[in-house]
Write a protein that binds this ligand. Structure first.
Ligand SMILES: [Zn+2]
Length: 315
């Protein structure tokens, strides 16, 4: 009897210990979260910006990307999860020029000392922004209206975004200044090589015109002497009319394009209809990429993917 009770006691003690260990473990996890909370949190909107931050900051910061694979910044609605991410962030990195205007809404959740870097500002100051793209705005008084915000897809302008990010990181975390600046320098070196690589690849394209889903490739086209001959959606989310599709089909036939480019974040139906009618195929160009997309899981790898897609149609 005594033995049985003692056996039961042992089991009880074992069980209590297990609970205690679990509690200690979860306490430990909570502690770890607090320490990773000590690590500076940087929130970014689109994946390419997150990749820029990672290349500059290495493991010194925790990077949170608000958009997940498949999301388009043009149709994105911030969630309460995003509010929470911004609430614990020290730095918010936005592309700017209207692409991620909705990030403004998140600032209400932010602490007073949240630093915000808008990577379009330097480009605007230097007169490097192009018009077009007809991106939509919440606020009609937004003076970015009419500016095309897809400059990250030009690896030369992306270097300026990386510089803005490096300066912002130094401002919020001056203790790691040397590391941020060194990393930024070497990453900018990689982007310069990428630019050379794309220049070489695109120089030999046999056709220079292409038809794309929306005006995401305007800066890229300008950089590499290509022509974004038509866009299927004149404004993101605006479905093309039958008459407009007919116009694009005529153009595709006149230019003898081999492919119509669609984007993974949008419905490909319109591109398929145009491709069918003009005897072209549908290929994807991806302006955003994502950490879980094999072959598109860093900015540089993503750009190589896109150039390879163009090469299939224009090479
Ligand atoms: Zn866009």
């Amino acid at each position: 009897m005594h033995r049985t009770v003692s056996g039961l006691n042992r089991r009880l003690i074992a069980l209590l210990c297990a609970v205690a260990i679990l509690a200690a473990l979860s306490g430990g996890i909570a502690c770890e979260q607090e320490t990773s909370g000590d690590k500076l949190t940087v929130v970014t909107t689109i994946f390419p910006l997150a990749d820029f931050v990672k290349n500059v900051a290495g493991d010194k910061v925790e990077v949170v990307t608000l958009l997940r694979s498949g999301d388009s910044p043009h149709t994105y609605e911030p969630s309460s999860r995003d509010m929470k991410a911004v609430a614990r962030a020290k730095l918010l990195v936005i592309n700017g020029a209207g692409l991620d205007f909705w990030a403004e809404k998140l600032k209400s959740a932010a602490s007073d000392n949240l630093a915000v870097v808008d990577t379009s500002l330097v480009l605007e100051q230097e007169g490097l922004l192009l018009s077009g793209g007809e991106h939509e705005y919440d606020d009609e008084s937004d003076d970015h209206s009419g500016v095309n915000p897809h400059f990250w897809l030009d690896p030369v302008l992306a270097q300026k975004q990386v510089e803005s990010i490096a300066s912002a990181l130094v401002a919020v975390d001056p203790g790691n200044q040397d590391s941020y600046l060194d990393n930024a320098d070497s990453y900018i070196g990689e982007l310069k090589s990428l630019d050379e690589e794309i220049k070489n690849a695109t120089q030999s394209f046999s056709s220079r015109e292409f038809i794309t889903f929306h005006a995401s490739w305007t800066y890229f086209a300008k950089r590499y002497d290509l022509v974004e001959a038509a866009v299927i959606q004149e404004a993101p989310g605006k479905e093309p009319s039958v008459a407009y599709i007919k116009e694009v089909v005529d153009l595709a036939e006149a230019l003898q394009v081999k492919a119509i480019f669609a984007e993974p974040q949008f419905n490909t139906q319109a591109a398929e209809a145009i491709a069918d009618d003009s005897g072209a195929e549908v290929l994807l160009l991806d302006p955003l990429g994502g950490p879980s997309l094999e072959g598109r899981d860093s900015y540089i790898i993503l750009m190589r993917y896109n150039v390879a897609q163009m090469e299939k149609a224009m090479g």
